[in-house]
Design a protein around this ligand. Structure first.
Ligand code: FMN
Length: 223
């Protein structure tokens, strides 16, 4: 008899548990027609359950060469099937979105065992909406955004502090000032998936897809 194969994995990964539950139910027989509505139902539940930062989403984009990239940011609003986030046009994601408007978002709420996947096309909502979002930010957040240098290599912390001090001054002199490169982006989705974990791994998955005429269809997926 051969010996059991040795587990050579890094000990940090051994014995870790996932998706243990217990989790609430997801009635896949009673679904709204459109995914935006189900998203808001789930989001309201996440708020009721006091999930930490339920509006933190992973946004995936692709660069000019088609290489995927992703980062976490804050979901600012949802209207119908459009999901809003804010960032700088000159950041890495901003440049990527200029070349390729296709993007995806992912949310995971471990305490609820819920994951939401969204795919669609991103539009820049324009300077006015960007300025409005910018002015709602704290002074510190506005100062950072006003540099317009997100994702560029930084020489030193002193360089950052000097520029932030200048930006703070400018904002104190003119509280209405907005960064011309700050934008509210709108992801209009054409696909969404709502995933409810089951500790027995019989996860419930519902996929919504938008057809050519703009109508939404939904169905179940194998776990
Ligand atoms: C919880 C969380 C929230 C964030 N919110 C934002 C945000 O709303 N906008 C933003 O530009 N970056 C946000 N960031 C920083 C981004 O993850 C990322 O570092 C930054 O946008 C630069 O990404 P890029 O180099 O791909 O452009 C957030 C990060 C975390 C962890």
């Amino acid at each position: 008899m051969s010996e059991a194969k040795k587990d050579n994995r890094n000990p940090l990964f051994k014995g870790l548990k996932s998706l243990e539950g217990p989790f609430g139910s997801f009635d896949t027989l009673k679904l709204p027609e459109k995914p935006g509505e189900l998203f808001l139902d789930w989001f309201a539940e996440a708020l009721r359950e006091e999930i930490t930062e339920p509006h933190a989403v992973t946004l995936s984009t692709v660069d000019e060469e088609g290489r995927p990239d992703s980062r976490t940011l804050i979901l600012k609003d949802v209207q119908g099937e459009t999901f809003f986030f804010a960032s700088g046009t000159e950041s890495r994601k901003g440049l990527q979105l200029r070349h390729h408007r296709g993007a995806a978002m992912n949310l995971y709420w471990p305490a609820l065992g819920r994951q939401i996947r969204l795919r669609g096309t991103v539009a820049d909502t324009g300077a006015d909406e960007g300025a409005e979002d910018f002015r709602r930010r704290s002074l510190e957040a506005r100062a950072v955004a006003l540099t317009g240098k997100q994702s560029r290599p930084l020489g030193s912390e002193e360089e950052l502090e000097t520029e932030l001090a200048e930006c703070r001054e400018k904002l104190k002199e003119d509280p209405n000032l907005a960064s011309p490169s700050w934008r509210l982006y709108a992801l209009e989705i054409d696909e969404a998936e709502f995933w409810q974990a089951d500790p027995g791994r019989k996860h419930a998955r519902v996929q919504y897809r938008r057809g050519g005429e703009g109508e939404w269809e939904h169905g179940l997926l194998w776990p």
